[in-house]
Design a protein around this ligand. Structure first.
Ligand code: XMP
Length: 507
């Protein structure tokens, strides 16, 4: 595998994705927590960093067990550290070194950059630049403004590049990464979804034996794929619980439950809608609503889990971005680990061990693994849907009546997107029930009813998002259908806010 040492760059995860795209397994570890080295680690990549190597507080990794012994590639900060720390010089750059640049020199005889073309576009993102390299460092790539865009250390398989091969804007970055990973590190490109399924199933069998595992299904991709892979390993010892919180999409509970059963999963559907509605009664504050929904979920899940005697494990659909520890570049002990919200935190007394078969996968890899496990496309391509469901899309107090109305509106919108081949163009879509009434006219009758907002966004990870420019004709059709068919709604609006400064959900 390839070890990526993270110095806190926003692009570190992208390096890992590019490595995985070459069907080579890799892991990201904080620079100050290097795992045990061994023959399984075929190469090391040093990431970029928000720090400058000139900053006294900047990371100072001990590379003595790596440099000159295992193939090593420093990217941006990594390259600057390898230069400065071994007798070179790094200074603030006098010209802008952000964004697009073109290679004005490529040493095609060098194994790292061979195959890249003169003029090739590369992406720079650094405020410092290497002014002098130590002796034995040979220039292998330059741009007009950056002489030491890439270097190789003679007698070692150690390289530094100041541009970012992992970003798509470095058009031939994939060539460089392949040269390093396949050519120099000699990794075999055998890490595929099928091989992941085979090895994970074998590991799960060994780890779980005849133990029983409980898993909360949400209808989403991650928990569904986690369930399928566990099911393949331990069959009916996997006990899935799918809770209807009364805040799901129209008919979602029944149709998803049917698909799960069709896949052979041992799944119990629990209709707890009334408990959720009761807990939400009178609540209008978004945070209190979220907390109430979370608490009822834990109570219901807890009660159901107890019915499975001798369960030892809790299965979760945690994925890699949830797991990756953000590096404490200050050397302090603080490490942020994002907790997963599939099963909103269980009481300690449950004393279950956690098993997370997808914890090393990115979202697109989870989908590929799901495909390899023959999960239906309607589950794999499903838009993200928040745990608290329609509860945070009904502004103000949630009631069963409002849920019914919003489910109808949402179904018209989502079905419309599918019918017009727009569903897969959109990252996430839904409808929001607005707590305002306005005057309308239907036939000769005055109406005074509620308004809804439609929301459709493009995004890659939900962290930032833009509103989708859906065709006017489509919006007109959907608006018409909603007002004509859903009693209680006489006005439709379309949300044209991006995130930031808005968020995707309204609450
Ligand atoms: P925001 O509204 O913060 O949402 O822009 C970003 C993404 O996260 C989803 N979301 C949630 N998912 N539990 C979840 O499982 C939650 O409490 C929750 N809140 C927001 C949201 O749907 C979007 O995809």
């Amino acid at each position: 595998m390839i070890l990526i040492l993270d110095f806190g760059s926003q692009y570190t995860q992208l390096i890992a994705r590019r490595v995985r795209e070459l069907n080579v397994y890799c892991e990201i570890h904080p620079w100050n927590k290097v795992p045990e080295l061994g023959t399984h680690i075929k190469g090391v990549i040093l990431s970029g960093s928000p720090f400058s190597t000139r900053d006294p507080q900047s990371p100072k990794p001990d590379l003595s067990a790596i440099k000159g012994k295992i193939p090593l590639l420093g990217v941006c900060f990594g390259a600057q550290y390898l230069a400065q720390n071994f007798g070179g010089e790094v200074l603030p750059s006098t010209i802008r070194e952000y964004g697009r640049a073109n290679l004005s020199f490529v040493d095609d005889s060098n194994e790292l950059v061979t195959g890249m073309s003169m003029g090739s576009q590369v992406w720079m993102s650094h405020g410092d630049t290497i002014k002098k390299v130590p002796s034995g460092y040979k220039i292998i790539a330059s741009t007009k403004d950056v002489e030491f865009a890439g270097y190789a250390i003679e007698g070692e398989t150690t390289y530094g590049i100041q541009f970012h091969p992992e970003v798509y804007h470095s058009l031939e970055g994939a060539i460089l990464l392949k040269n390093f990973i396949v050519g120099i590190c000699k990794c075999s490109q055998s890490w595929t979804p099928d091989s992941f399924v085979d090895s994970t199933v074998a590991e799960l069998k060994a780890k779980l034996g005849n133990d029983k595992v409980i898993l909360g299904l949400s209808g989403g991709v991650d928990s569904s794929v986690a369930a399928m892979i566990l099911h393949r390993a331990i069959g009916s010892n996997l006990h899935c619980i799918f809770v209807d919180n009364g805040l799901l999409r129209k008919n979602e509970f029944d149709s998803v439950l049917e698909s799960y059963k069709g896949l052979g999963l041992n799944v119990k559907g629990v209709n707890a809608s009334e408990d959720f509605y009761k807990a939400l009664s009178g609540l209008t504050d978004p945070e209190l609503k979220r907390k109430a929904i979370g608490k009822v979920f834990v109570d219901v899940f807890d009660a159901e889990s107890k019915l499975v005697t001798d369960a030892k494990w809790l299965g979760q659909g945690t994925i890699y971005p949830d797991v990756i520890e953000s590096v404490s570049v200050n050397g302090g002990p603080s490490q942020t680990i994002k907790s997963h919200h599939n099963v909103g935190g269980l009481p300690d007394y449950m004393k279950l061990q956690v098993v997370e078969p997808l914890r090393l996968l990115f979202k697109d890899e989870v989908r590929r693994v799901g495909r390899s496990l023959e999960l239906p496309e309607n589950i794999l391509n499903r838009h993200p849907f928040p745990g608290p469901g329609l509860g945070i899309r009904i502004l103000g107090e949630v009631t069963a009546d409002k849920v019914r109305i919003l489910q109808e509106v949402d179904a018209i919108f989502i079905d419309g997107l599918k019918e017009h081949n727009l569903y897969n163009e959109v990252w996430q879509a839904g409808a929001i029930f607005l707590p305002i009434q306005s005057v309308g006219v239907m036939g000769d009758e005055r109406t005074y009813e509620n308004a809804v907002a439609l929301r459709a966004v493009s995004s890659t990870d939900g962290m930032t998002a833009d509103w989708c420019h859906l065709p006017y004709e489509f919006l007109a059709l959907i608006s018409n259908k909603i007002i004509n068919q859903v009693k209680g709604i006489n006005r439709v609006t379309y949300d044209i806010s991006s995130k930031p400064p808005a968020t995707i959900e309204w609450e």
